[in-house]
Design a protein around this ligand. Sequence first.
Ligand code: ATP
Length: 238
Amino acid sequence: MKDWQIHWEDAGAVLTGTRILHPFRHRFSQGMTYVVGNNGAGKSTLLKLLTGVVSPFEGDVHFTRRSSKGGREEIPAREVRRFLGYVPQVFTGYPQMRVEQYLRFVAIHHGLARCIISEVLESWFRHPTLAALRKKRMKGLSGGEQRKVGLVQALLHHPHILILDEPFVGLDIEERLFFQAHIQRIAHRGMVIMSTHQLEDISMEGTLCILEEGNLIHQGFTKVKGTWLEDFFAASVK
Ligand SMILES: Nc1ncnc2c1ncn2[C@@H]1O[C@H](COP(=O)(O)OP(=O)(O)OP(=O)(O)O)[C@@H](O)[C@H]1O
């Protein structure tokens, strides 16, 4: 266990002149973290800051792991990128590529050994819902199909940190369960941070971060069944 952590230290975001996220402190640790909040609360912006797609306007976001000498050490950005998987809210990939070609390209980019790439892709295409997409061009995919390819490209290198922005939108129940199982395996040995609007997406115990108008208004543990969490979703997340 490498015990990676992400330290969110008073990081805030300003996009096109508007303050989107107000500075707060949080430590993302191993396991599952769910990020919830109403439309426009700042969930996607928070995830973009974590992946480096946007930079904090102030404060700092940095990654650490337990050092062999004791204490903690900073993980260089290049190394973080190698161990990161990310599904953005809007995923298109490269429109001209066919799905298999695109996933092969991503696998190479992630540094997977060329001798195992075919085997890794075959294991994904064994699932009927993905087999049907293999030869399709990315630009011809439906929203749900894009999402499935988006999930595979984030998972195929077994990332240590997985960041998912509403990953199950447009997926049917069986597909959701298929990907949930993969995601849960990563959460057991690494770190998963997932934004969602759906109570049924909260399938594991973990940490819950609630955003409201760019502020972190709650951080604590989830309890999956029969708790105040259900009331929260019923009352406030639309
Ligand atoms: N590039 C940008 N420039 C200016 N404002 C932006 C930009 N991107 C997002 N915003 C605004 O920032 C706020 C937060 O957006 P964000 O996409 O992070 O919210 P969200 O919680 O993910 O919302 P949703 O649940 O609807 O996806 C919104 O009011 C949005 O309009």
